[in-house]
Design a protein around this ligand. Structure first.
Ligand code: NAP
Length: 229
């Protein structure tokens, strides 16, 4: 088993994030997590006490992320692994039927949210000269489909943002755009409908994904990766 790591995960209240919490904790790592749902965050706090930390944070707010980061950097130091997992998808519709506020929401969470987290956590990681930043992309960050244009736009952006970031980081660190695969979560149900049920559960996925994430290191910097099935 690898030594105890501090793992920061956004979007832990359901889906992939929630399943990763269980697996990282089970393997002896410390999880610092966020999501917007106060109720689910409270449930996580009751399930996992210190040194883990769960907080209601909307990653699309730079101010909120800033104060979350300053509290966690003081209490736990720089994270070893940052998982920018929080994300939203537009309801299935052609681009011209997505109104401006829905389009902005997808951009604000999926792109600006990732940048907000990096803005406030990366400087301390750079100072230490170590750590891995994983930005959750998608198959739709490398291909496209009808009715998910806003989502595709954000995930293609994540691929570019992450590869540029990789060129900025000092040696000893890594930034990786990650396609997690296709997993039966609320997000998949929103775009795939009933056929989402034929894909693996987040819990099954996490058993492969978490060891894969723990093994990432400087040699992976800038590589677009996919969680192996
Ligand atoms: N499932 C798949 O097959 C699949 C495929 C490719 C890529 N992905 C990517 O994998 C990641 C996780 O997806 P998922 O399927 O687990 O989705 P999900 O079940 O919908 O969960 C999304 C998580 O993100 C959180 N979140 C959303 N907006 C947030 C915000 N503004 N601030 C903080 N947290 C926020 C949600 O919590 P709250 O609502 O409580 O905030 C929730 O915990 C996403 O980046 C997604 O694009 C998933």
């Amino acid at each position: 088993m690898s030594s105890n790591k501090i793992v920061l995960i956004t979007g832990v209240t359901r889906g992939l994030g929630r399943a990763m919490v269980n697996e990282f904790v089970r393997l002896g790592h410390t999880v610092l997590g966020c999501g917007r749902s106060e109720k689910e965050i409270e449930r996580l706090r009751r399930a996992f006490g210190e040194p883990h930390d769960f907080c209601a944070v909307d990653v699309s707010s730079d101010e909120v992320v800033k104060s979350w980061a300053s509290r966690l950097l003081a209490s736990h130091g720089a994270p070893d692994l940052v998982l920018n997992n929080a994300g939203v998808i537009n309801r299935n519709a052609p681009l011209w039927e997505i109104d401006a506020s829905e389009f902005s929401k997808v951009i604000d969470v999926n792109i600006k949210g990732v940048a907000n987290v990096i803005r406030h956590f990366a400087p301390e990681m750079v100072k230490q000269g170590r750590g891995v930043i994983v930005n959750f992309s998608s198959g739709w960050g490398r291909s496209t489909d009808a009715e998910v244009a806003p989502y595709c736009a954000t995930k293609w952006a994540i691929e570019g943002l992450t590869q540029a970031l990789a060129q900025e980081l000092p040696s000893g660190m890594a930034a990786v755009p990650l396609n997690p695969g296709i997993i039966n979560t609320a997000m998949l149900q929103s775009c795939f409908g009933g056929s989402a049920a034929s894909y693996p559960s987040p819990e099954e996925w996490a058993q492969t994904a978490v060891p894969f994430l723990l093994a990432l290191g400087p040699s992976d910097n800038g590589k677009p990766l996919t969680v192996p099935l």
